[in-house]
Design a protein around this ligand. Structure first.
Ligand SMILES: [Zn+2]
Length: 99
């Protein structure tokens, strides 16, 4: 199946709209329950930074599900490391912790 440029553009805008609506609903629900939504930039390198020492792993590929930091030697599960970094980025942006 070939998707034309128009169809790809339409799909992109639908995707952006759906994500924006999801965030709006999430913020609404959070506000109702007295919770805070923290954001990070979508291009933050959360998977490539060692959450322990801050080393930036340029050689990490999408297929690498875990890796060992060459600087501090800690073993990382890619997703757990990213989750820790995302939390740090969000808290740092809100000035809630110092990194
Ligand atoms: Zn490290």
């Amino acid at each position: 199946m070939h998707l034309g440029v128009f169809n790809l553009t339409a799909i992109f805008f639908i995707f952006v709209f759906v994500i924006a609506e999801f965030v709006t609903q999430l913020e609404y629900k959070a506000q109702k329950q007295g919770k805070t939504i923290l954001r990070i930039g979508q291009l933050e390198p959360s998977t490539k930074i060692c959450s322990e020492c801050g080393y930036y792993n340029r050689d990490l590929n999408l297929s690498d599900r875990d890796w060992i930091c060459p600087d501090c030697g800690i073993h990382h599960d890619r997703d757990i490391n990213a989750a820790i970094n995302i939390r740090k980025f969000a808290l740092d942006r809100q000035n809630l912790i110092g990194i």
